[in-house]
Design a protein around this ligand. Structure first.
Ligand SMILES: *[C@@H]1O[C@H](CO)[C@@H](O)[C@H](O)[C@H]1NC(C)=O
Ligand SMILES: *[C@@H]1O[C@H](CO)[C@@H](O)[C@H](O)[C@H]1NC(C)=O
Ligand SMILES: *[C@@H]1O[C@H](CO)[C@@H](O)[C@H](O)[C@H]1NC(C)=O
Ligand SMILES: *[C@@H]1O[C@H](CO)[C@@H](O)[C@H](O)[C@H]1NC(C)=O
Ligand SMILES: *[C@@H]1O[C@H](CO)[C@@H](O)[C@H](O)[C@H]1NC(C)=O
Ligand SMILES: *[C@@H]1O[C@H](CO)[C@@H](O)[C@H](O)[C@H]1NC(C)=O
Length: 416
């Protein structure tokens, strides 16, 4: 109440009784791409006694520079070189909405609105309008994110890309990318203090994978007469706070690990801010037993190190455990390495038994000298190993062997 009173007192002091009666509502500054257009939404009021002068013969115009400056645009036509546009609004309805399609190169002055009636109505509004066409560039879109700053994984983030739409007949195309899973709004058009904007928004649930993601808000302004459109973009990198993520164990040697090896188990995890500590557990029944701390766990592998391991990464934003790692230790002792020997032993025994059987048979027949018989039996038994039954070279090598063995055995029998 007091505020309204005070401001109207100030108002009366500054402008006499004019301030509520003569007014104009429009934006102050507006920018667009050359080759496009600028629509300036505008409305005005006149002192009530001049209302009757607002009809179809009254004139509205824009003049440059200062009060009384040269006119550039009149109700229905452009009147100065380099300017193009039209007063779209109905002056009778106090609507001074105007479209500008061209300004002289590098124009950097204010424009003032003036209304003239057939009789005494002649008034230039002191509020200035700065408009500019940017050659070779377009107005920057504005990318905003809420909540601002760092965002916790799991919360909802809204990205908003906003671009001015100065020329409704050539609206800009506004895009946000990359496209996230979540809700994407279709472009919204709205007016703020007499200026049109187009926005697109995107809301999504933040995950650690969004960390460091570069999001871009891009606007493309089409231009008249098929001229190449203008693009502008703004990017920002998302800063996501998240607890340990993708926690896993890396082994310096694949399982099973031989006994007596220096094994390095490394706990890897990603977090922002980074992981501050690591714990190593072994799984015992359905319980975890703390075994060590630190990112790496070194083991000089022994049979006792077999088991299930879990690492845990801890950061200020949470903790996460790795999947269970089964560590197998391979001993070089009896278990597996015995098998071939046992097998060989059994075969050797069978071999000797068959030999003995042959000798026994011999004892009952006596038809040959003992050593010749033994040699022949041996050679017969060895044939599969020596390859005598084979062809060519193998046969020859085999027979050389046979002879050497024959000779050795013959010699042995003679000396015994
Ligand atoms: C409009 O532009 C002028 C000159 O660039 C600047 O001084 C003024 O603060 C701007 N006004 C608004 C409302 O942005
Ligand atoms: C202008 O207004 C007058 C009276 O209001 C009307 O007689 C006349 O036809 C109008 N002229 C045009 C061109 O609309
Ligand atoms: C003023 O005129 C423009 C152009 O004809 C129109 O789009 C706008 O709606 C009018 N404004 C009002 C307040 O009537
Ligand atoms: C983000 O992406 C835009 C467009 O691809 C690129 O121009 C910009 O340099 C990137 N910014 C960062 C910080 O990577
Ligand atoms: C242990 O393994 C990790 C991951 O492979 C490696 O970065 C680290 O340097 C290793 N440490 C040693 C002492 O070998
Ligand atoms: C082994 O040597 C003896 C005596 O020299 C000979 O009689 C016998 O035929 C030989 N046996 C074979 C298979 O060569």
């Amino acid at each position: 109440m007091f505020g309204i009173l005070a401001s109207s007192v100030v108002c009366v002091m500054l402008h006499g009784c004019l301030c509520t009666q003569w007014s104009i509502q429009m934006t102050e500054n507006i920018t667009a791409v050359s080759g496009s257009c600028i629509v300036v939404p505008c409305s005005f009021t006149v002192s009530p006694e001049y209302d009757t002068e607002l009809h179809n013969t009254s004139v509205a115009l824009w003049s440059r520079g200062v009060v009384g400056g040269p006119a550039v645009l009149k109700t229905d036509q452009t009147v100065a070189a380099g300017f193009k546009g039209k007063i779209l609004g109905d002056i009778k309805s106090k609507n001074c909405t105007t479209v500008f399609t061209e300004l002289p190169q590098g124009f950097k002055e204010a424009l003032l609105f003036r209304v003239e009636g057939p009789a005494n109505l002649k008034y230039t509004y002191p509020k200035e309008l700065f408009i500019s066409f940017q050659t070779g560039s377009a107005p920057q879109p504005v990318l905003s994110v809420s909540p601002r700053g760092e965002v916790r994984a799991g919360s909802t983030l809204t990205l908003k890309c906003r671009a001015i739409a100065p020329c409704p007949s050539l609206p800009p195309e506004v895009r946000l990318w990359p496209q996230m899973d979540g809700s994407n709004s279709s472009p919204q058009v709205y007016s703020e203090q007499g200026v049109m904007f187009v926005t697109v928004t995107e809301s999504f649930t933040v995950t650690p994978n969004h960390y460091g993601l570069n999001v871009t808000c891009e606007v493309e302004y089409p231009r008249r007469n098929g001229r190449e459109s203008h693009r502008e973009a703004q990017s920002m990198t998302l800063n996501i706070l998240y607890g340990p993520h993708n926690t896993r164990v890396l082994m310096s040697f694949p399982s099973p690990v031989p006994v007596g090896r220096l094994l390095n188990l490394s706990c890897l995890s990603e977090a922002n801010p980074p992981v501050t500590s690591y714990n190593w557990y072994t799984v015992s029944g359905d319980q975890l037993v703390l075994r060590a701390t630190g990112q790496e766990l070194f083991l000089m592998t022994s049979w006792a190190d077999r088991g299930l391991y879990v690492c845990e990464a801890i950061s200020p934003n949470g903790q996460e455990r790795s999947a269970i790692l089964a560590l197998e230790v391979e001993t070089e002792g009896p278990q597996c390495s015995m098998v071939p020997y046992v097998l060989c032993g059994v075969l050797a025994c069978l071999y000797v038994i068959t030999l003995l059987v042959e000798i026994y048979k011999y004892k009952r027949s006596h038809s040959q000298p003992l050593y010749t018989f033994i040699v022949n039996i041996l050679i017969m038994k060895m044939q599969p190993f020596l390859g005598v039954v084979g062809r060519g070279g193998v046969m020859r090598v085999g027979s050389i062997f046979v002879r050497i063995i024959n000779a050795t055995i013959v010699l042995w029998f003679h000396t015994v």
